[in-house]
Ligand binder design. Structure first.
Ligand code: LLP
Length: 419
């Protein structure tokens, strides 16, 4: 459920008409609903309430906006970060260092040291090599790094290949069969305090069966580690729960996910950790765009909008579907292709789609754009970096300004030896 709906013929975010934001900020612009974000944060937490010890670390990569992070900090969420930049955002938003988890296969020495200095709560190690390096750095600093070992369970999450992470051929985690040996060797290092395991099999997961298989495998591995005398107190089950992108999509809910975790992990006697991203932010945001013109062709008309693949990369990268809706729907419909202005054919949002009828100058939205939207934006074709707005009831504010091409140009220099 979200808080975007038609009031008096115009699409609103909570109580604010999207036309007002578009007029004042310009388009394209991302608009987030605070009520939707808070609701999703509560629903996800509620879904896990049957479990005794739970820690939720929001996957910052899905939406790193400072205001979004502040709101989630207030909801009691920690953060799952994958770079020093994300870590600093989480801390700036008011998340406690001990509630921050550092994931990622390529944490650099500089990042490991910065995270040790910040006193973050947990490193999810992705390799033995990383563990050895972190142990040395921690020992040099006279501290111990609290860690889990990320395991690759070799389970197919049945999602898009580019966002699948739990198969043997993916770069993430250590091989299931090697995990116990690596865990034992890392546990012996004085710089590390190994306290458990981590797993994350992919994103936009729409079938819970692969998650069940992965969690069962992790439970078995945890049993082996305990049998070998290791103290396992934490199990990080990652993120990945999918969201409906098409009106009418029928997906597992957070409650279904919570039931699955309860069934599998009820007796594990650990703190269960979660790293949800999209399920919190996805349906909390829309991308507002203006129709530049409608170009007639040999087939369907081309709706050329002022948003492009640099603002919302998901359709170009993963053939992702985002519902398209007019801000002032007339009740008429049309079949059209929706494209952006960028000079390549991958800048296509939809082909042959049934949509609200729109004409040049009309406003429209791409829905479910709150996750992996603004954060994946870039300035390709020397376009601006897209701004972000948050709405709260009748209030709204710019939470990330548009970065104009002139500001990006100003950061470039021509060396004098070129003249
Ligand atoms: N934890 C780890 C270790 C992850 O790698 C990810 C996502 C998450 C948690 C959060 O997953 P979520 O709950 O959001 O599914 N750009 C792609 C998605 C990439 C996801 C990468 N990892 C997209 O737009 O679909």
């Amino acid at each position: 459920m979200d808080h975007f709906g038609i009031v008096d013929g115009e699409l609103h975010a909570e109580q604010v008409p999207l036309g007002r934001i578009a007029r004042e900020v310009g388009t394209p612009v991302y608009v987030y609903s605070r009520a939707t974000l808070s609701r999703h944060a509560k629903v996800f937490r509620e879904a896990l309430s049957a479990l005794p010890k739970v820690h939720i670390a929001f996957a910052v990569k899905s939406n790193p906006n400072l205001a979004v992070l502040r709101l989630l900090a207030r909801e009691g969420y920690g953060a799952d970060v994958v770079s020093e930049g994300e870590m600093n955002r989480a801390l700036a938003a008011g998340m406690r260092p001990e509630d921050v988890v550092f994931s990622g296969v390529g944490k650099t020495r500089i990042e490991l040291v910065a995270a040790l200095r910040a006193g973050i709560g947990q490193f999810n190690l992705e390799s033995e090599e990383e563990g050895v390096e972190l142990a040395e750095l921690a020992s040099d600093m006279g501290v111990r790094a609290t860690c889990t070992l990320r395991v690759n369970p070799d389970v197919d999450a049945k999602t898009h290949a580019k966002i699948s992470t739990g198969k043997a051929e993916n770069k993430f985690g250590v091989a299931y069969d090697r995990a116990a040996g690596i865990y034992a060797r890392l546990s012996a290092l004085p710089g590390l305090e190994m306290r458990g395991l981590a797993v994350h099999i992919g994103s936009q997961i729409t079938d819970l069966e692969p998650s069940r298989q992965a969690f069962l495998k992790m439970g078995a591995l945890m049993g082996d580690l305990r049998a070998q005398g290791h103290n396992v107190t934490h199990m990080d089950l990652g993120g990945g729960l999918g969201v409906p992108y098409k009106a009418g999509d029928n997906l597992p809910t957070p409650a279904d996910y919570g039931r699955l975790v309860s069934e599998v992990a009820q007796d594990w006697d650990v703190t269960l950790m979660f790293e949800p991203g999209r399920v919190i932010t996805g349906n909390s945001g829309v991308l507002v765009t203006e129709v530049v013109r409608v170009k007639q062709g040999t087939g369907n008309p081309w709706i050329v909008v002022d948003a492009a693949m640099n603002d919302l990369a998901r359709p170009a990268m993963y053939d992702a579907w985002h519902d398209f809706a007019a801000v002032n729907p007339t009740g008429e419909a049309m079949v059209a292709n929706i494209v952006g202005p960028i000079c390549e054919s991958s800048d296509t949002f939809a082909m042959g789609r049934d949509i609200d009828a729109v004409k040049a100058g009309d406003l429209a939205v791409f829905r479910t754009a709150g996750a992996y939207g603004a954060t994946m934006a870039n300035t390709y074709n020397s376009r601006a970096l897209v701004p972000e707005v948050m709405v709260d009831g009748e209030k709204w504010a710019i939470v990330a300004s548009r970065i104009e091409p002139a500001a990006i140009l100003a950061a470039e220099q021509v060396p004098d030896w070129l003249d």
